[in-house]
Design a protein around this ligand. Structure first.
Ligand code: TXA
Ligand code: MG
Length: 310
C-alpha cells in the first residue's frame, strides 16, 4: 500500500476523509502527538490499528471529538462534573474516562465498560474529525513500545506502506501525550496518566482533589503497564549535571547522545539517536514538577510505574 502525505487543503482533507470512510487508517496531527485514526464505528479498521501497531489487545483506545455533542453518541450516564471539566479544558491535552455507550464496539475499549475521550485543539485534527462526521479513535501513531510520533517523518518511519496516509501538520506543539483522568467516580477523579497539563493545574481550576492511581490490582489504564516510548539505544538517567560529567569522563568511547529532555524534544531526539545508531542516550532528570515528562522517561527506562512517587 502506498502511504500518501496529505497536505492542508480542502481537497486533500476530503480525500483523507474518504479513506477513513472506506475503513482505512489515516494518521493525523494533534497538539500532543500524531494519532493513528480510524472511525469509532469501524471494527475492521480498529482491528487494523491493533495489527499495524502490534498493540496489546487489552489496551483501549481514546475517542477524539470535534464537538462536545458527540459525547452523548459514545458515553452514557455522563456526570455533570464532566461538563464542567470539558468547559474548562476542551479542546486541549486532557482525556477523560466515562461510561461507554453500548453502541460503541467493545474493541475500542478493549472489553472495558468505559470510554476515554478527548477533543484535540489542533485545527487540522478538529477539521478532519468534523469532516468525517463521527469520533475517531486514535492511539499515538507509533509501533507499540517505540517513541510516539511528533512529526510526519516519525509516522512514516513506523508505518510507511502500511497505512493509507498521514496528514501533514508540522511538529506537534506539546510533544507528549494527553493527561488521562477517570471520571467514572465523579466525586473522586483519578489520574491515570500524567501529561503536560498537571494534576495541580487541573485541581486549581476545578477545585477538586485528584487522586493518583497506584496501579494496584487490575490496571485501570492498561497501557500504563507496558514499557513505552523507548529508544533502541540504552537510556541512562542522571539526577545532576555533575553526575553526567563524571560519567562522561570515564565512559567508554561509544556513539552516544547527551541531551536535556523537554516535552518538545524527547521523542524526536530518541528517534534521531536511533537513526544515527547511538548505543547510549544520556539525559538529565527533569524536575519533579514535570510529572508528564518524568513519567515518559521512567517508562522508557522500563521502570515499573509509580506515578505517586512524583
Ligand atoms: O495525546 C494523546 O492522548 C494521544 C493523541 C493521539 O491523542 N493518544 C494517545 O493514545 O496517547 P494511546 O493509545 O497511545 O494512549 C492511550 C492511553 C493508554 O494508556 C490507554 O490504556 C488509556 O489511554 N486508555 C484508553 N482508554 C481507556 C479507558 N477506557 N480506561 C482507562 N484508560 C484508558
Ligand atoms: Mg501510545
Amino acid at each position: 500500500m502506498i502511504t500518501k502525505i496529505f497536505q492542508n487543503s480542502e481537497e486533500e482533507l476530503e480525500e483523507a476523509v474518504a479513506w477513513i470512510k472506506n475503513g482505512e487508517l489515516i494518521a493525523f496531527p494533534t497538539e500532543t502527538v500524531y494519532g493513528l485514526g480510524a472511525s469509532i464505528f469501524s471494527e475492521k479498521a480498529i482491528q487494523k490499528i491493533f495489527q499495524v501497531k502490534n498493540r496489546p489487545q487489552d489496551n483501549p483506545l481514546i475517542a477524539h471529538l470535534s464537538d462536545i455533542n458527540q459525547v452523548e453518541q459514545i458515553a452514557t450516564h455522563i456526570p455533570c462534573e464532566f461538563y464542567k471539566w470539558s468547559e474548562l479544558f476542551f479542546p486541549g491535552p486532557l482525556t477523560l474516562v466515562l461510561q461507554k455507550h453500548p453502541r460503541v464496539p467493545s474493541i475500542v475499549s478493549a472489553g472495558q465498560e468505559s470510554i476515554a475521550l478527548r477533543m484535540p485543539q489542533h485545527i487540522l485534527a478538529s477539521q478532519f474529525i468534523k469532516k468525517v462526521g463521527v469520533p475517531l479513535v486514535a492511539p499515538s501513531a507509533n509501533i507499540s513500545g517505540r517513541p510516539s510520533s511528533t512529526e510526519v517523518g516519525h509516522v512514516l518511519e513506523d508505518f510507511n506502506g502500511k497505512i493509507a496516509g498521514v496528514i501533514e501538520g508540522g511538529r506537534c506543539l506539546i510533544g507528549i501525550e494527553s493527561t488521562v483522568i477517570s471520571l467514572l467516580n465523579p466525586q473522586k477523579p483519578l489520574l491515570l496518566r500524567p501529561g503536560k497539563l498537571s494534576a495541580e493545574e487541573i485541581e486549581d481550576k476545578v477545585g477538586v482533589k485528584i487522586s493518583i492511581s497506584t496501579n494496584e490490582g487490575a490496571p485501570l489504564s492498561p497501557g500504563m503497564k507496558y514499557r513505552h516510548y523507548a529508544p533502541s539505544a540504552k537510556l541512562l538517567l542522571f539526577e545532576t549535571q555533575e553526575e553526567i560529567d563524571l560519567y562522561l569522563q570515564k565512559a567508554p568511547p561509544l556513539k552516544r547522545r547527551v541531551f536535556t529532555p523537554t516535552c518538545n524534544n524527547l521523542y524526536a531526539t530518541f528517534r534521531q539517536a536511533d537513526r544515527q545508531g547511538c548505543a547510549e542516550i544520556v539525559v538529565l532528570l527533569p524536575p519533579a514538577s514535570e510529572a508528564g515528562l518524568l513519567n515518559r522517561l521512567k517508562k522508557a527506562l522500563g521502570c515499573s510505574l509509580d506515578i505517586s512517587a512524583f
